[in-house]
Design a protein around this ligand. Sequence first.
Ligand code: IVH
Length: 703
Amino acid sequence: MSGQSDLFSNPAPKVPALVASKIEALRDQLNQWAHEYYVQDAPSVPDAEYDRVFQQLQALEGAYPELVTPDSPTQRVIGAVMEGLASVRHAVPMLSIQTETDTEASGAQGFDARVRRELGLSDADPAVEYVAEPKFDGLAMSLRYEGGRLVQAATRGDGEVGEDVTHNIRTIRQIPLVLPADVPPVLEVRGEVYMRRADFEALNERQREKGEKTFVNPRNAAAGAVRQLDSGITAQRPLSFFAYGLGEVTPADAGGPDFGTHYALLQRLKSWGFPVAPQVCIAQGASELVAFHQRLGAERDALPYDIDGVVYKVNRLALQRQLGFKTREPRWAVAHKYPAQEMMTRCEAIDVQVGRTGKLTPVARLAPVFVGGVTVTNATLHNLFEIRKKSVRVGDTVIVRRAGDVIPEVVGCVPAATDDAGRPLARRPYVANFRMPRACPVCGSSVVREPGEMNHRCSGGLFCPAQRKQAMLHFAQRRALDVEGLGEKLVDQLIDGGVVHSLADLYRLDLARLAGLERMGEKSARNLLDELEKSKHTTLARFLYGLGIRQVGEATAKDLARHFGALDAIMDAGVEQLLQVSDVGPVVAESIHTFFAQPHNREVVQQLRACGLTWEEGAPAEPAAQPLAGKTVVLTGTLPNLSRDAAKALLEAAGAKVAGSVSRKTYCVIAGAEAGSKLDKARELGVPVLDEAGMHGLLRGDR
Ligand code: IVH
């Protein structure tokens, strides 16, 4: 436009320079975070913070559309191909879904209203049918099958080009390598690779024990595992998969299946052997979407994996086609979020807590923050080495995670803002690094750390009131002696006031003494005494578990009780005898043996018995009661009806030890589809091979 026409026409309002530079800054920030997240698998801020800045940018771009550029983070799916993994161009782009960040019911209502408007429906028209699904917090994967065989697995990347991770995806047990005969010649199945919470916790525990880097959350652990160059590493990081859609399917017209609805498509995927989330359901109209959002929200903590929201999809595929797409997102789907499970807050102080086994746990005291549905003020930092690795110091902004029933933890630190040269923008007062105390903060005993151990411990044992308190709470808990009403506050009073010193003292409490305690009163005192009286009749397994022997959880306590039948037999058992118990390995056996070798522990047991604690004792378990006792069995391949975990559990319940490799000592191999080298080895060694039906026979004791 010439300068002259500017003089005569109405010039567009000038964009303030400030807005342009703000937009630039937001884009840079988002690109930086996206790089950390997608390329480095090491995000420095929680998702909620990314979302907040993303929305800020969206709002500014909405107000100044002339500033929108094709390469803005709002205009494309960010991601990059890492060196070392080959690129894959997706035959059908992998789309993203629009996110409804309004976590209230209105999020679902807004989506339904948009769909109805775009379909030209009036209030008189019937409800639109949707499919409601969990929004898995993992990473999107496209699995390509040709002639029914898995030929390629690719990450989403930027939506057009992803990374070839076939070698790693093949290690995921839930993903079929071969499909039934009725699948189309070319079939791309799309879904989410994720890590179950329990697998994630166990992985981090192993990493911690080895002194290696821990993962921030299951999604990052999964992303890291998927993008390994060495699939051996992936295989050690158990991944899972849920299918939720299709990519390319050919022939698309004539031979291609017409599923009619998204729900039918999911059912078909299930019949082809893909895991489909059990919560997936059909919902009529907004009200049922809202109900689903609420129902799954209530179940969220108890799910075995992380979800960060739900996804709604228009069910009829014809309507999906009619609605079409808006640049990067389909108009027929939306993600409706839940409150974030990771948030940022300030670390106000770092204290040290002493646990039941004397372990010293550094705990961050936090500025209160709402995360995972509750207000959190304390979060574990695990141990000294974790603090060092995450370089957390008092005054830092930290990322707190609370997911499921897992106690809140500090998973990372947000680096201080820096200028282009990497200099901190704001000076902050010098804060010394955290140090483990040399003496127990509770009893003053010296703090020790065994060579090769990550944890510091108080050496005071039951002399340490903190350990005594925890031991007492453990003893009284529901799964142990089940003394209702003996909670933290009361135990604090009892021990700090010198009212009780040992577990047995609990059974020597009298009404007057109890009723005189703070916030007690005669009624509660009487109730507690009744509870204590009731707890005297218990089971051997509960009693054993209640003793709080290191390494002896509930399951092991049950195994021990079943195996030996009587307490004296356990107390006098040598390590060799203890090793005969199913699931008891050298570390556990050693721990039990050491525990009962200590005279003061025997004394505790003796006193409790003298106070009248009783349980039924029996003869040692008949080995014949378990058809596979003492036998080693190997599982390989995918069984038609049972997951690996389920098969393993059944075999173990029958007394078998399930091993990972075949040897001459293997009793038999149970093989499913796609069994590989283990099957070959079994044949080579002449070890019997059974299928799933054969396994059931074995469990019934047919062999
Ligand atoms: S459908 C065209 N369904 O969310 C829609 N995606 O931003 C394609 N995700 O990258 C996706 N759970 O990784 C779909 N039940 C679900 C999902 C889901 C999680 C992820 C997926 C995708 C992202 C969309």
